[in-house]
Structure formats: structure tokens, C-alpha cells
Write a protein that binds this ligand. Structure first.
Ligand code: SIN
Length: 350
């Protein structure tokens, strides 16, 4: 379902699923502890839920983490991956992680307000990063470290930042000027910055889970959306849109987060091994994300299903001007500390 407000509550069926899995996990843990001799203990299970397909950079890195974690712990850890919203959709997976129904997720930074305060939404500010290196410099330095601490009061721990890349816009009409967005229903992720961004150009922002975007576009419930080329291709969104503009107006990236109680209780050598596996999976993810998006954009162009337009410098200038008020509005919920730190790295919005 698509909402015009921020964000989707956990549906009753999902809440039941979370509770059932959590109770099954408790029973399994109790049984294991009671009956298994130390030498035959069941492996520690990490259930890793995410909302994109296995052939995205995130999906491939989750698989790489699984392989490294299982091999390096000699089978003492088993990682089960649940991709493509198979287990939980956007908001549900955050609740599932907090409740211990899964142990690891990698949501986009845009969806983290409910488990960190509002500061991660800083990454949604339009035209914030001039290139991928600028994004990496922010998350790999003190800004990233300070943001990861924001999870602690919510019982979560951030392990890594994973890249996706720059977003583009698509719709069922050409999008070349801010005026072209007027009255369109555009799907965005559950971020106040993204909702504000769409309001600034006169569009209606619709917040909803990735898993429902294809059907909402196909049925005309939505007119357009913004995402990276890999997400567009792997969710087949280009098949239900007539126009796409390569705007590179915002950046999509992820935080890999775990349930802190689960993580802190791991035997220390296992935790250290898993941290190493995560470091290597992260390096792998960040090394392939850009190429995956280039490949996906080529696929979109070659499909011949929609008209692809690359925004001109003049058009981008107009969009920047139309979207600059979003920076001021965001001061209402993103801390001055985070805004100042990022602006100092990037210079003021141009
Ligand atoms: C993701 O890349 O994990 C999802 C992004 C979205 O919901 O659009």
C-alpha cells in the first residue's frame, strides 16, 4: 500500500510472523542448550534479511559475507540469507531486528530514522555528494563513526556502510524541469528529506515498501519513482515507466546493522572472525556497486522500453535551485552537528 505520510506501520500479519519466528528461535535455543554436548552444538544462526535481489551489489555482498563467515568459523556460524523482501519488507525488517527475529539487516540509510533519530536522513539531501568518493569520505571518517553510535539506544549496532550509488528519476512522462513533477505521485523511501524533496517540486510523495513499487507503477497508483539503476532493473521498474532521467540527484547507500544483544553475546573469537568477514564483504560490496549500476543503466537503455534522457548541466542547475529549500527544512530534524560536519566536508550546497 502507498501512503502519503511517513512511514508504514508493521502490519498485523508481519507482527505475528515476527513473534512466531522469535518464539521458534527461543525454543530452538533452549533445546540446543539443554540437550547438546558442547562438541556437537548447533551452529550459531545469523538470519540476514534484505529487500533487494541476490544479483544486486548488496545481494552479492550478503552472499560473500555468508561464505566467509561460515568458512572462517569452520561451520560454527551458519548464515541464512532472505533476499527480496521474502521475509520482511522495509519497515518490518527494522522491527524484526530489534525484536531479535533476525540478527542482521542492511537497510538503506533513508529508512533508519525510527532506529537512530533523524540524522541518517542527511544522506538524502539532494545533490549533497559530487561523487562516490565524497560519500565514502563522509562515511569512512568521523561523521560515519558518530552516526553509527546513534543505533546504540535502540539496542542495535552498526557494522558497516555499503554503497549502492546515485539515484535517477523515472515516470510516465518526461522529467526535464522541476515543473514536470507537478502533481505526479512519486514513490520515495520513508525519509522526511525525500518527502520534502518531492513537495519542493510540487509532486505528491508516496512512501511505501520497495516490494510494492512495480505493481503500484503498473496499475497507475503511482506515476514515478526514484532509485538506482540496479534497483530499477532488478525490480523491473523500467518495464512499467515510459521515461527515465539520469539525474544523479541523490545517493543510496546502506548500513549493515545487527541486534546488539545477539552480537555482544557472541563468543569473542567468533565475533572477531565475523568482524573480519564483514570487513572483507564490505570491501567487495563497495568495489562492485558502481560497475553494477553502470551495467544496469546500459541494460535499461538497451531494453528500448523507455526513453532515457541525461539531465543537462542547465537542467541540473534548475533542479538544484528548486531543491535548495530542502536543506533549510531538514534543520528541523537533522542535528546541527551532523549538518555542519557534512557541509564542512562538501562545501555549501551549490
Ligand atoms: C534497497 O536498496 O535496499 C531499497 C531501496 C528502496 O527501498 O528503494
Amino acid at each position: 500500500m502507498y501512503l502519503t505520510r511517513h512511514p508504514d506501520p508493521v502490519p498485523r500479519s508481519a507482527a505475528r510472523r515476527i513473534l512466531t519466528r522469535w518464539m521458534a528461535g527461543l525454543i530452538a535455543m533452549a533445546a540446543t542448550a539443554a540437550w547438546c554436548p558442547a562438541s556437537a552444538q548447533a551452529p550459531i544462526l545469523i538470519q540476514f534479511s534484505h529487500v533487494v535481489t541476490p544479483d544486486t551489489a548488496k545481494g552479492k555482498a550478503a552472499q560473500r559475507f555468508k561464505e566467509l563467515a561460515e568458512a572462517r568459523t569452520g561451520g560454527k556460524v551458519r548464515v541464512e540469507i532472505y533476499p527480496n523482501s521474502q521475509l520482511y519488507k522495509d519497515r518490518e525488517e527494522l522491527d524484526a531486528l530489534r525484536q531479535g527475529a533476525v540478527q542482521m539487516i542492511a537497510p538503506s540509510l533513508s529508512k533508519l530514522a525510527s532506529v537512530s533519530g533523524g540524522d541518517f536522513e542527511v544522506f538524502d539531501l539532494p545533490f549533497l555528494f559530487k561523487d562516490r568518493a565524497a560519500f565514502r569520505a563522509a562515511v569512512d571518517g568521523p561523521v560515519g563513526a558518530a552516526l553509527m553510535k546513534k543505533f546504540e539506544p535502540y539496542g542495535l549496532k552498526g557494522l558497516a556502510f555499503w554503497d549502492n550509488g546515485f539515484k535517477v528519476f523515472s515516470a510516465n512522462r518526461p522529467l526535464q524541469s522541476a515543473a514536470d513533477f507537478k502533481t505526479l505521485k512519486i514513490r520515495v523511501q520513508a525519509s522526511r528529506v525525500l518527502v520534502t524533496q518531492m513537495k519542493a517540486v510540487g509532486a505528491h510523495a508516496s512512501v511505501g515498501p520497495l516490494a510494492s513499487v512495480y505493481e503500484a507503477l503498473r496499475s497507475g497508483q503511482l506515476d514515478g519513482q526514484e532509485n538506482t539503476p540496479t534497483n530499477i532493473v532488478t525490480q523491473r521498474l523500467h518495464e512499467v515507466q515510459s521515461h527515465l532521467t539520469v539525474s544523479n540527484h541523490g545517493y543510496l547507500a546502506y548500513a549493515v546493522i545487527v541486534n546488539a544483544i545477539f552480537w555482544d553475546k557472541l563468543p569473542s573469537p567468533i565475533r572477531t572472525t565475523l568482524e573480519g568477514a564483514m570487513r572483507d564483504a564490505t570491501a567487495y560490496e563497495n568495489s562492485i556497486a558502481e560497475a553494477e549500476n553502470n551495467k544496469a543503466l546500459a541494460t535499461i537503455k538497451a531494453s528500448g522500453r523507455l526513453t532515457v534522457h541525461t539531465a543537462t548541466p542547465y537542467e541540473l542547475e534548475q533542479w538544484r535551485a528548486a531543491l535548495t529549500p530542502v536543506y533549510k527544512d531538514a534543520q528541523g530534524w537533522i542535528s546541527a552537528e551532523t549538518l555542519t560536519a557534512l557541509n564542512a566536508m562538501n562545501g555549501p550546497p551549490t
